[in-house]
Design a protein around this ligand. Structure first.
Ligand code: ZN
Length: 159
């Protein structure tokens, strides 16, 4: 069975940047399960997997426009340290923040005595993504899975 819209797909993957640093991997854990063609994965991954079958091993290179988007420097802002009150603030912490564009998850990138720099870009925005993928399983989604927009059963949502 080939991967196409509304198939439940199970993959193992490793994600590296262009420097060869591993950013994420499913190896050693459960495979990633998703429904093809409904926007669960970044577009570059779904395009790269379309038409593949169980047992296929492939490399998928995803540029930021098909991944997590380009970086927008306007999303990098300095806020007064006092805005965080007595809360401990460290580089790498993530917060939900009210912004002109609505609620966004921001990452703390710099902390000084008076100011905190936060970045509203996705951590992988602007990064070339190099995936090594093995297709573990392909099956039809059930009508219930399609209605819910996610995978049920082992590795999926339990209700
Ligand atoms: Zn469900």
């Amino acid at each position: 069975m080939q991967i196409s819209k509304n198939k439940v797909v199970s993959i193992h993957y490793t994600l590296k940047d262009n420097q060869g640093t591993t950013l994420d991997s499913s190896l050693g854990g459960e495979p990633l399960m998703y429904i093809q063609g409904i926007g669960s994965l970044i577009p570059g991954m779904e395009e790269g997997l379309e038409g593949k079958t169980k047992g296929d091993k492939l490399q998928i290179k995803v540029t930021p426009d098909k991944g997590y988007g380009l970086r927008d420097e306007a999303l990098v802002q300095q806020v007064p340290r006092t805005a965080f009150g007595n809360q401990e603030v460290q580089v790498g912490m993530r917060f939900r923040a009210e912004t002109p564009a609505g609620v966004q998850v921001v990452t703390v990138t710099e902390v000084s005595d008076n100011a905190v720099t936060v970045d509203g870009n996705h951590p992988l925005a602007g990064v070339d993504l190099n995936f090594t993928v093995e297709v573990m399983e392909v099956r039809n989604a059930t009508p219930e899975e399609l209605a819910h927009g996610h995978v049920h059963g082992p590795g999926g949502h339990a209700h």
